[in-house]
Design a protein around this ligand. Structure first.
Ligand code: TRP
Ligand code: SF4
Length: 374
């Protein structure tokens, strides 16, 4: 067992080799859908790099049949540019015609990260939902939202139903060390993912869950559970027909200091509600792919691959591929100076933040109204 490869969804995974990981866990490359969905920046740039069963979603889109997207947000910390990527993906899938299901993982946050339900509530509403809406999510278009802690929904029966269809050894094989809190989080997440297929939500349909690979263990487990729930059993009225969930896998932006971008490390991220001054400072102090001296930079060129400022261009700031290519060439040929480049980046971020924060203010009232009914 010890030699078996495992992903721990509660540890910080720093993936260096996406290819090897795909091979180990049977994730397919997303490239075959690239042409069709290249209007999306994350697809175009291979940031969404893998999938399981996305063909089902692709088919539904093509045939205009119902399908859904489901994801859970972890209500902790500030909503930053790392989270913006997933928000953009959710909005993109909504625009492609998917029904959108989002839950606040407040039970998981409480069990695994010691965040109270009240804190979780405010973070989910003020940081996540409001920023989603400011970024373009349409609350009025097939959007379902719930808190894991909302015991009035039938989805709790689903969680109980799931606990009957999974064995302890199976959980151990996937997650290794277990605790009751982990088990509850895992079963809750499986219920989250299958929720859109409940009979009360118009039943069986393809559902895609866009995630980072750290969440893949939950997907693998839920897929197995789904096929068991779907199996027709005599004398069983409890299970329900459902399709194993599809998933897409995205890469993560690095933090501004290198390493992971994390809401628990102030200088690693820029929040979408951050002031322009702090944002500028963080960019000016960012880890670049520049050389030690201006002379060396001229001679050898910079290294965009190692540059966290460049990550901002790729993920968020420069949509046009040609323009990005020019920055890349400029950098590697030694014509670009990191100081100027950081300033350019800070200007773009400032411009974005000013526009976004206006939209955020507007979104606030709409979100408060919406959430009062959840
Ligand atoms: N475990 C996820 C995280 O840590 C949050 C989550 C809860 C989730 N339920 C989900 C993600 C369902 C995807 C689908 O971020
Ligand atoms: Fe990064 Fe720009 Fe410096 Fe190149 S020039 S290493 S892209 S900051």
């Amino acid at each position: 067992m010890a030699t078996e490869k495992r992903i721990d969804p509660w540890a910080s995974v720093d993936v260096e080799n996406y290819k090897a990981l795909m091979q180990d866990f049977g994730i397919e490359p997303f490239s075959k859908f690239r042409e069709k969905f290249k209007a999306n920046r994350y697809v175009r740039r291979d940031i969404i790099f893998g999938h399981r069963d996305f063909d089902r979603i692709h088919n539904s889109i093509t045939k205009k049949k119902p399908w859904a997207m489901m994801t859970g947000l972890m209500p902790s910390g500030k909503f930053h540019f790392g989270h913006k990527m997933l928000a953009d993906i959710i909005i993109w899938l909504q625009q492609l015609g998917g029904q959108i299901y989002v839950c606040s993982a407040d039970i998981e946050a409480w069990l695994m990260r010691d965040i109270t339900l009240e804190e979780g509530y405010r973070t989910a509403v003020d940081e996540y939902l409001t920023n989603y809406v400011a970024l373009g999510l349409d609350l009025k278009k097939d959007f379902t939202f719930w808190f894991q802690s909302n015991y009035t929904t039938e989805y709790y029966r689903l969680r109980d139903m799931i606990s009957k269809r999974v064995t302890f050894n199976e959980l151990k094989a996937i997650y290794g060390e277990l605790s009751p809190g982990k088990i509850t989080s895992v079963l809750t997440q499986a219920a989250d993912i299958l929720h859109p297929q409940l009979p009360s939500h118009n039943g069986k349909k393809p559902v895609v869950v866009p995630v980072g690979v750290d969440q893949d263990p939950h997907l693998r487990l839920t897929r197995d559970i789904a096929s068991r729930l779907d199996a027709v059993r005599e004398n069983s009225t409890r299970d329900f027909p459902c399709i194993p969930p599809s998933s897409t896998y995205h890469k993560f932006m690095r933090g501004l200091q290198g390493g992971k971008m994390s809401s628990s490390r102030e200088n690693s991220y820029i929040a979408l509600t951050e002031s322009s001054e702090t944002a500028r400072k963080k960019v000016m102090n960012a880890k670049t792919g520049g050389r030690a001296t201006a002379e060396e930079q001229k001679k050898l060129g910079g290294q965009p691959e190692a540059c966290t400022v460049y990550d901002f261009f790729v993920y968020h700031l420069i949509d046009d591929n040609k323009e990005l290519m020019n920055i890349y060439k400029d950098c590697t040929s030694g014509n670009r100076r990191c100081g100027d480049c950081k300033k350019f980046c800070a200007d773009l971020i400032e411009k974005f933040l000013v526009g976004h924060q206006k939209k955020y203010k507007k979104a606030k009232t709409e979100v408060e109204k919406f959430i009062a009914k959840v």
